[in-house]
Design a binder for this molecule. Structure first.
Ligand code: CO8
Length: 258
């Protein structure tokens, strides 16, 4: 595996594990992290042996936001011409399933990149927030959009306008995270979920992911039509045939991931 300055990258069977690793800055997200992340995700995308990815941070912080020290001196022209944070889309563009395992702070850009993942499993120590308002700015990487779709306008407004933090219980209640687990089980539980996903047919999990994300982009009727076409497409795969044959023959399926 390639070595990186700001992240740790491992593989566990068919699961790729990326750990944000700037402990001195609570994993504040700077340009270097996104260069490393983009490269690691490209490598996992190209690797047929990888069926799902887990993105995590440390016990204290998933990520405490965009790197404020790096942003502090930029003016509008630098932000605009440099297309500040454009490279963050490497996560939302990643086409295989990717699960965030969040312990500690997921603030600002940290909350935003967790929401770019397909779902979030949180430790009971997790704290989510969009505190940009306190810095004289607003969320810049989907915070006002994905948070609103996930938890609704009222709660999203509360978070974005007050900058307060939400604990793991409230995050689960609101639908921001899919499950909360004890902190010492966070990585195991998330890897287990990712292994389950990676055990299924890769093209099919990719289609499923694409179909669910489409719900954010389109009307119900268009979305249901899109889903049906993808459903039809699964009938063109060996793995769909294998899955249904295995059920009929009362044996576990042996997916070829194609
Ligand atoms: N950027 C840079 N450094 C950071 C950041 C950050 N976001 N967060 C923490 N650090 C650094 C601290 O400066 C400190 O460094 P040092 O030891 O050199 O002083 C170190 O990490 C440890 O932090 P603290 O001492 O503050 O730790 P505490 O346990 O006391 O507090 C908190 C933890 C509450 C998480 C606190 O660090 C904090 O409030 N951090 C900032 C959170 C924040 O405001 N995040 C939002 C950032 S803005 C953003 O994400 C916008 C995203 C969209 C992009 C917009 C582009 C224009």
């Amino acid at each position: 595996t390639a070595s990186y300055e700001t992240i740790l990258v491992e593989t566990r069977g068919r699961v790729g594990l990326i750990t944000l690793n700037r402990p001195q800055a609570l994993n504040a997200l700077n340009d270097a992290i996104f260069r490393d992340l983009a490269q690691a995700l490209d490598a996992f995308a190209a690797d047929d042996g990888i069926g799902a990815v887990v993105l995590t941070g440390s016990a204290k912080a998933f990520a405490a936001g965009a790197d404020i020290k790096e942003m502090a001196s930029k003016d509008f022209i630098a932000a605009y011409t440099g297309n500040l944070i454009e490279n963050w889309t490497c996560i939302s563009r990643f086409r295989k399933p990717i699960v965030a395992a969040v312990a500690g702070y997921a603030l600002g850009g940290g909350c935003e990149i967790a929401m770019m993942c397909d779902f979030i499993i949180a430790a009971d120590t997790a704290k989510f927030g969009q505190p940009e308002i306190k810095l004289g700015t607003i969320p810049g990487s989907g915070g006002t959009q994905r948070l609103t779709k996930l938890i609704g306008r009222s709660k999203a407004m509360d978070m974005v306008l007050t900058g307060r933090m939400m604990d793991a219980a409230e995050a689960e209640r609101s639908g921001l995270v899919s499950r909360v687990v004890p902190a010492d089980q966070l990585l195991d539980e998330t890897l287990k979920a990712a292994e389950t996903i990676a055990g299924y047919s890769l093209p099919i999990t990719m289609l499923a992911k694409e179909a669910v994300h489409r719900a954010d982009e389109t009307s119900l009727a268009e979305g249901v039509l899109f889903e049906r076409r993808l459903f039809h497409a699964t009938f063109g795969t060996e793995d769909r045939r294998e899955g249904m044959a295995a059920f009929t023959e009362k044996r576990p399926p042996a997916f070829k991931h194609r």
